[in-house]
Design a protein around this ligand. Structure first.
Ligand SMILES: [Zn+2]
Length: 232
């Protein structure tokens, strides 16, 4: 998708349902990420495909709409409802207006419940990418660098208002998964070996770091330097 003419923001998503599913990648994502990072993003999107998240999201949306319409039908045609607000008779315009005011706080609660589903979908797909052996953490950080979203979002605020977990929440979740599944044990020995060889030879490293050459320290440094550049 041509996203670069609009902004620097890079994104990817799965659209459609049934046989007509498509993974959409923004063109600036292809410029900003390495091949391995793009594959990790694709793996995440394939997770949405595999777990049928689009259909499930649609069911959640339909249920919340049905709940709204059910409550509306229960109040709109009740004379008591109009009387309690000082109106004598049934008036659909007034009814709709009053109901939308009344529904607002309840609607926030419903949105928060639907956020639980969509946030869990994101976590599940991050895990799916990791299980396939693709580190989703670096591309998520890279994509975040080029947006102007807040980095530190309050946990409760995020859960209530945001359909996607914040970057820090996702990193936390990914790190936990990596710890539990020995990701570091699987990957780090290669890095440690390479570094100790460098030290033994006392020679400068000729090899450029590979895409898998990330560790926590590197990511943190990268995050801090990229963000300070962005905010200057
Ligand atoms: Zn996703």
């Amino acid at each position: 998708m041509d996203g670069s003419t609009r902004s620097e923001h890079a994104n990817a998503f799965l659209m459609g349902s049934g046989k007509n599913k498509k993974i959409v990648l923004y063109d600036n994502l292809l410029d900003q990420l390495t091949n391995e990072e793009i594959i990790a993003i694709l793996a995440h999107e394939l997770g949405h495909y595999k777990f049928n998240h689009n259909t499930k999201s649609m069911l959640v949306q339909i249920s919340s709409m049905a709940f709204y319409l059910f409550l509306l039908s229960q109040t709109m045609y009740s004379l008591e409802f109009y009387h309690s607000f000082g109106f004598d008779e049934f008036d659909p315009g007034v009814g709709l207006c009053l109901f939308s005011y009344l529904y607002q706080p309840l609607g926030n609660g419903v949105a928060a419940i639907s956020n639980i589903f969509s946030r869990n979908f994101e976590y599940a797909c991050d895990r799916f990418a990791l299980e396939l052996g693709h580190d989703i953490e670096p591309p998520l950080i890279q994509m975040h660098v080029n947006t102007i979203y807040n980095l530190v979002v309050d946990k409760h605020y995020s859960r209530y208002y945001n359909s996607h977990p914040s970057l820090m929440e996702r990193i936390e979740h990914i790190e936990e998964w990596k710890r539990e599944n020995g990701w570091d044990k699987r990957r780090k020995p290669i890095l440690i070996e390479a570094r100790s060889q460098e030290n033994d030879n006392m020679a400068p490293a000729h090899e450029t770091p590979t895409d898998t050459d990330y560790d926590d320290m590197y990511i943190n440094q990268y995050l801090v330097s990229s963000f300070s550049k962005k905010t200057q």
